[in-house]
Unconditional design. Structure first.
Length: 147
């Protein structure tokens, strides 16, 4: 089983950063045909944690953890390479992120077709569905962490 890597932005080497961003853009911008500013400035915040799983040096799954001002952690940019979907890689990353950030509450904005998947990981719907760049999203929250 491939290890999960964790790093702050300042700890990422240039090639790893390039490959992480390449994975995110290839899915969120190209595959989903959604031209939006994928680089939002939050990656470089000193409290942001980047988690990923790689295969021979190429990231195959990724997630970032953001620290919000109210003490909540926000998970985002959860992505798996198309040829590696269905292997449980994203679930491993989410579970790892939950362990790293316990006991703080966690929130995320799920693409709505993934709401049931996040519910299996302990998240609850926390608001009404909305469109973000034409893609339906649902706010979700995990108020208590499983032991």
């Amino acid at each position: 089983m491939a290890p999960i890597h964790a790093a702050a932005f300042a700890e990422l080497d240039v090639l790893t950063l390039y490959r992480l961003l390449e994975l995110r853009v290839s899915v969120f911008v190209v595959e989903q045909a959604c031209p939006y500013p994928e680089l939002d400035g939050r990656d470089v915040e000193p409290t942001t944690v980047h988690l990923w799983i790689d295969d021979a040096g190429r990231p195959v799954a990724y997630l970032r953890i953001l620290a919000e001002a109210d003490g909540v952690v926000r998970f985002g940019r959860v992505v798996t390479a198309p040829n590696r979907r269905g292997e449980g890689l994203a679930a491993r990353l989410v579970r790892h992120a939950l362990a790293l950030t316990a006991p703080a509450p966690a929130v995320l904005d799920a693409q709505s077709h993934l709401t049931a998947w996040y519910q299996e990981l302990g998240f609850d719907v926390a608001g009404a569905e909305y469109l973000d760049d034409g893609i339906p999203h649902t706010p979700m929250r995990l108020a208590r962490r499983p032991c």
